[in-house]
Design a protein around this ligand. Structure first.
Ligand SMILES: Nc1nc2c(ncn2[C@@H]2O[C@H](COP(=O)(O)OP(=O)(O)O)[C@@H](O)[C@H]2O)c(=O)[nH]1
Ligand SMILES: [Mg+2]
Length: 217
């Protein structure tokens, strides 16, 4: 009985996700569902990425948090359109919340939409939102064992950003091990090592994004 309830929730989510996907496709907007544990650097990555791309690509953001509009205010400073979703306790975004947020966003005027998910390494991986790519951030301060402990997140993601590499000298984390373990879970994973603090490695990520957006023009 319990299993069938969970299944129904996921099926309902999938239906609305497909509807979102159709709208994104019709409006030719590429959508990234950005996931990580709290504090890994999602909003920092968005701030940096938007600064690099906003003069050539029309970017928008949906911010997901349990509460507050703090991240939306940070993104608002970059000048791109942003909508905040407050889940009021739920630990992940679902496709219905995204569908509601889209009512406040002019997606026909966007080329690229980021959806910053609620900080959590578990549930967001289970809920499709209609995105093109699930992208996750793991910061080096979280440890190189995380692909072993949270494999679904790595399995579902197309891109892994290993963030905070500026802090490598201060923690016992081996980024080669992160890569090796993550690729064991998901051999197709595209991996970038970056620092949103120093900017190191971000060019490769931004170039990849730019190419993905160009491919659909
Ligand atoms: N040293 C360092 N700190 C970072 C880096 N990226 C983000 N931070 C810091 O990590 C904290 C959480 O970042 P934030 O972007 O809010 O993470 P989010 O919760 O995933 O959105 C903030 O204090 C950031 O300044 C990085 O590459 N290096
Ligand atoms: Mg954030």
């Amino acid at each position: 009985m319990k299993i069938s309830v969970v299944k129904n929730i996921l099926e309902a989510n999938q239906r609305i996700a497909e509807e979102n996907r159709r709208r994104f496709f019709e409006n030719r907007v590429m959508v990234i569902n950005l996931m990580s544990s709290p504090g890994a650097g999602k909003t920092s990555l968005l701030e940096r990425t938007i600064q690099s791309l906003k003069n050539e690509i029309r970017v928008g953001v949906i911010e997901g948090d349990i509460q507050s509009t703090y991240d939306a205010e940070r993104i608002g400073q970059t000048g791109v359109p942003v909508v905040q979703i407050n889940t009021g306790g739920a630990c992940h975004l679902d496709s219905n919340m995204v569908e509601e947020a889209l009512r406040n966003l002019d997606i026909e005027r966007l080329d690229l939409l980021f959806i910053e998910n609620v900080g959590n390494l578990v549930c967001p991986a289970e809920f499709n939102l209609g995105e093109d790519f699930k992208t996750m951030i793991l910061s080096v301060t979280e440890g190189d064992d995380k692909p072993l402990k949270y494999p679904l997140m790595f399995h579902e993601s197309s891109v892994l950003l290993i963030n905070k590499i500026d802090l490598l000298p201060f923690c016992d984390c081996n980024p080669d091990l992160i890569e090796e373990r993550a690729l064991k879970v998901n051999p197709r994973l595209k991996i970038f090592r970056v620092s949103c603090r120093t900017g190191e490695g971000l060019d490769r990520w931004v170039n990849w994004l730019r190419n993905q957006v160009k491919k659909r023009e």
